[in-house]
Design a protein around this ligand. Structure first.
Ligand code: HEM
Length: 446
């Protein structure tokens, strides 16, 4: 079977002729990826050198990386992800890793998840809790001179997503956070070979205990009568098995933990270097909020410049720097017939820095997202949340969170770079900064 249309006469059907670096056995191009500083920077250089469709090898896997918006659109129905890339997370799931479950199981799961994560009503219901959690952080920061944004803001987004998943009435959200943080730190340390002073066996035991605590907290919420209005309470009505509901909660916590906080930290990093854009954003916030410390849900939706700033920050530094699919049937891609079984990669970071669609791509310019500037730009030139049947189910919720956090923090503080502190993007499943993003801050006279 073939997807993407028929092969036309004169096409080069041998996919092995797709250009790319020479693989070195037994690990393919792994050494070159490490040398480049991660998959995101490797893919940037790959497409600069070999064009919009390029090939490389991971151990045991052939990868075709597609950076052309038109060709991407031809892959937009593919509904499988490669197991290998997500294998390291599989112990977190009892009923199968939801990121890689097959299409027939994924379709109903996605439908239900979207009904909970994508509805304005559910965003509005949690909005005052999100606001309270962000204002608590702003109060704490009022006594600080310098902050480490990624650490602090991913912690805030973890609190927010725990509240969304479990509700806040019985304190479950507060209890689950520390165990979840410990669990994910261990899994990322294993995957990225990060150093640790704690012996491996002890780390393994601690991770197992943390996972048991996380599952225990979700089970208690599932079994409690009140259920506090969170996602888990809603899923309890679905008829799914408790294991699948626990898995879903873990997947949502995982997906919502680093991403939103990371998006806000990159946005603040960019704003600290662009006083004119910050001034314009403040003008909008002051005009709409007056002296109030936070927007209402309705106001948040009307803050157009804020939205443009967030979109542009996620173009420049996409929190998810790449996505992947697995071909279950042959695919015609440009001049090539790519065989079933191949891994396709979507190099989001490279796509967002393509000068054909984003002139002067490194420049931070929210005006790229006015309706006029966006006219004629291909849809798949901008993919912060991926696309197709495996795109991010949390996209709409994430936009609410990110805009709210940014609005409150920019309303409260002036931010400035810390002299001598270097910000280096690295891949840690999300686009992280190696030594965090440190900024000086001064409370604003509101
Ligand atoms: C700024 C914040 C976020 C960004 C940039 C982001 C980005 C992404 C990306 C790039 C993917 C892969 C999409 C693909 O393969 O096409 C993804 C998947 C996913 N995201 Fe997000 N995400 C964010 C926040 C969230 C939040 C807050 C949630 C949940 C509340 C969430 C839930 C998910 C889920 C469940 C998946 C797996 C999709 C599937 O396999 O069906 N994300 N996200």
């Amino acid at each position: 079977m073939r997807a993407g249309g028929g092969l036309e006469p004169g096409m080069n059907s041998d996919w092995r002729e797709i250009p790319g670096p020479v693989p070195v056995p037994p690990n393919g191009n792994l050494a070159a990826i490490a040398e480049a500083g991660g998959l995101h920077t490797f893919q940037l250089a790959l497409h600069e050198k070999y064009g919009p469709v390029a090939r490389f090898e991971l151990p045991g896997t052939s990868v075709v990386s597609v950076a052309d918006p038109e060709l991407l659109s031809r892959t937009s129905r593919i509904n499988e992800r490669p197991d290998e890339l997500f294998e390291f997370l599989s112990p977190l799931f009892e009923a199968g890793n939801l990121q890689t479950i097959p299409e027939r199981e994924h379709v109903p799961w996605r439908r239900l998840l979207l009904s909970a994560l994508g509805s304005h009503r559910s965003h509005e219901a949690h909005f005052s809790a999100f606001t309270r959690l962000t204002l608590e952080l702003a109060d704490r920061w009022a006594g600080e001179r310098e902050v480490s944004l990624q650490e602090e803001l991913s912690d805030l987004s973890l609190r927010i997503i725990c509240e969304f998943a479990l509700g806040s009435a019985d304190g479950a959200a507060e209890r689950i956070g520390p165990a979840f943080r410990e669990l994910i730190a261990e899994y990322l340390a294993r995957q990225f070979g990060l150093p640790s002073a704690i012996p491996e066996a002890e780390r393994a035991t601690r991770a197992e205990e943390a996972l048991a605590r996380v599952r225990g907290a979700i089970t208690r919420t599932l079994e409690s009568q009140s259920r506090s209005g969170g996602l888990v309470g809603m899923l309890a009505e679905s008829g799914w098995s408790p294991a699948r509901i626990r898995d879903t909660a873990v997947a949502v916590l995982l997906a919502g933990y680093h991403t939103s906080g990371v998006a806000v930290s990159w946005a603040l990093h960019l704003l600290a270097g662009h006083p004119e854009i910050t001034r314009r954003l403040r003008e909008e916030l002051d005009r709409v909020l007056g002296d109030r410390p936070a927007p209402t849900y309705r106001e948040l939706r009307s803050l157009d410049y804020l939205e443009r700033v967030v979109k542009e920050a996620m173009r420049r530094y996409p929190p998810g720097p790449y996505a992947a699919r697995e071909l279950t049937e042959d695919l015609v891609l440009g001049d090539h017939l790519v065989p079933a079984g191949t891994t396709l990669m979507y190099p989001i970071w490279a796509i967002h820095l393509n000068p054909v669609h984003w002139p002067d791509p490194e420049r931070f310019d929210p005006e790229r997202f006015t309706a006029k500037a966006a006219e004629g730009r291909p849809k798949f030139a901008y993919l912060p949340f991926g696309f197709g049947p495996r795109s991010c189910e949390g996209a709409a919720l994430a936009m609410v969170e990110v805009k709210l956090m940014l609005a409150i923090l920019v309303k409260h503080f002036e931010f400035a770079s810390v002299p001598g502190h270097r910000v280096t993007p690295v891949e840690r499943f999300v686009l992280w900064a190696r030594d965090d993003i440190r900024l000086n801050l001064t409370p604003r006279d509101r």
